[in-house]
Design a protein around this ligand. Structure first.
Ligand code: SF4
Length: 62
């Protein structure tokens, strides 16, 4: 089973929380003010923290 971390680009409001708690996996793109997944396979447990910290629930595993 291999899941990928996804940021829903419609929903993301570019708050930066995910990058703050999990910079290995998430990076804010300042040009569009959306978070990009730079490591879709995830990584450290911080992905779960990022999911918890996202105010609009834009992050999911698919
Ligand atoms: S925490 Fe959620 S809303 Fe904020 S930048 Fe990350 S994905 Fe977007």
């Amino acid at each position: 089973m291999s899941q990928k971390v996804v940021v829903d680009q419609e929903t993301c409001i570019g708050c930066g929380n995910c990058e703050a708690v999990c910079p290995e996996v998430f990076k804010l793109d300042p040009a569009i003010d959306k978070s990009q997944v730079i490591k879709p396979e995830g990584g450290p447990d911080c992905v779960e923290d990022a999911i918890d910290q996202c105010p609009v629930e834009a992050i999911s595993w698919q």
